[in-house]
Write a protein that binds this ligand. Structure first.
Ligand code: NAD
Length: 376
């Protein structure tokens, strides 16, 4: 079987860059010269839990256009540990109470909110009011209304807003998006995505507490499943019907354990997702006119893998978080596209709310009215 590798990916990227240069070579040179002088952007992580500790902070040691400049933590014992590990000066260390004074700190350009979901809106809005660009972890918030408030706060403050959607900077995902864009395998007829893991360790964790998480599997891995059916078809869905399954209510007392949902798309494509806190699965499969493509795993940190009806996919594995944070820094520094804007996080929350509504109504089909231009 043929292997589709980095060579193909690089040549596509190369063509894109070449086209940009040709379109406006003098503007490009001026922008490039200005950018050379610009420092790396300083990022402050808010919430030093497992994602910040094991993924984001290590990735920020390798990023080209940003670095870990500050931290915001509610746990005083973490301050010294992080300060020495990442050489963070005392004046760049904040707690949840004095966080707003970050507005006076020119070393911090971007605030990255990595807290439990119900705290995203508060800290994103406070960051925007402090005049800092914002990266918000997924899910964007616990309601569409909160997403609106975040987007408005960022607009009012004239700061950039990006989602922590690392897959939009990841090469296997880019390859699938390219197939969709170029119709490499023709039209997509069916796409199915699974995104789940088995939660066992701690029934008291915030992810299983609805007040803190806003919901269970759907608010966690379900966001990847929704993202995948959309980028895997290149369309926003027109409608959704959903079902919930509960097999261990003693452990999953407060939040959804397993959810399935089916989507209709304007092209006629049909989509299906399964997300769970009690089933291990991580896969995207699309059946098209002239073949198929599959990622398995499709949304883990590393390494993703995939194949198509024309051959295996083989791309180099790089930290997705590094690529994602550099992409956002390039958006701020050089005006490159925002690959995962806040509006995309809001769109996904519209779908999450519709899925819960469908379940509450016994699986009724819910029509979706998603504004255009939300990024696919
Ligand atoms: P975590 O439980 O490991 O860390 C949560 C952090 O929030 C801790 O530092 C904790 O002290 C702090 N916190 C503040 N108030 C809290 C409260 N009331 N209850 C619990 N913790 C509180 O969680 P995590 O895995 O780091 O997830 C944080 C965010 O990042 C979530 O929104 C999650 O969805 C997101 N996340 C995204 C990815 C991704 O791949 N993009 C991966 C993991 C997590």
């Amino acid at each position: 079987m043929k292997t589709i590798s980095r060579r193909t990916f690089n040549s596509t990227l190369g063509k894109g860059i070449g086209a940009t240069a040709l379109l406006g070579s003098s503007a490009f040179i001026v922008a490039n010269a200005a950018s050379q002088k610009k420092k790396k952007l300083g990022i402050a992580l808010v919430g030093l839990g497992s994602y910040s500790t094991y993924q984001l902070a290590p990735a920020l040691l390798d990023t080209e256009h940003c670095y870990l400049a500050g931290i915001v933590t509610g746990t005083p014992e973490k301050e010294g540990v992080w300060a020495s590990k990442y050489s963070i000066p005392k004046e760049n260390i904040y707690n949840y109470q004095n966080f707003d004074t970050i507005k006076n700190n020119p070393a911090i350009d971007v605030v990255y909110v990595v807290l439990p979901n119900s705290m995203h809106a508060d800290f994103c809005i406070r960051a925007a009011k402090a005049g800092k660009h914002v990266i918000c972890e997924k899910p964007m918030a616990v309601s569409v209304a909160e997403c609106d408030a975040i987007i408005e706060a960022c607009k009012d403050a004239d700061v950039k807003l990006g989602m922590g959607y690392r897959l939009h900077s990841e090469p296997y995902t880019q390859e699938i998006k390219k197939y969709v864009r170029e119709k490499t395998f023709g039209n997509v007829h069916y796409i199915t995505v699974d995104a789940g893991y088995r939660s066992r360790s701690n029934p008291e964790q915030w992810r299983l507490n609805k007040t803190l998480s806003g919901g269970g599997a759907l608010m966690n891995m379900g966001v990847y499943a929704i993202q995948s059916v959309i980028y895997g078809t290149g369309e926003n869905p027109l409608s959704v019907s959903a079902q919930e399954f509960s097999t261990n209510p003693d452990y999953f007392k407060d939040t959804d354990e397993t959810i399935t949902a089916q989507f209709e798309f304007e092209s006629g494509a049909v989509g299906n997702i399964m997300t769970s806190h009690n089933i291990r699965a991580n896969r995207l499969f699309a059946s098209c006119d002239q073949g198929w493509y599959e990622l398995d795993p499709a949304s883990t940190y590393i390494p993703l893998a995939g194949r198509t009806s024309r051959g295996d996919l083989d791309f180099p594995q790089e930290s997705q978080q590094k690529l994602q944070m550099d992409d956002f820094a390039k958006h701020i520094l050089f005006g490159e596209p925002n690959v995962a804007p806040g509006e995309m996080g809001r769109r996904d929350m519209i779908i999450v709310e519709a899925i819960y509504k469908s379940i509450a109504r016994g699986g009724q089909k819910i029509q979706l009215d998603i504004p255009k231009g939300y990024g696919l």
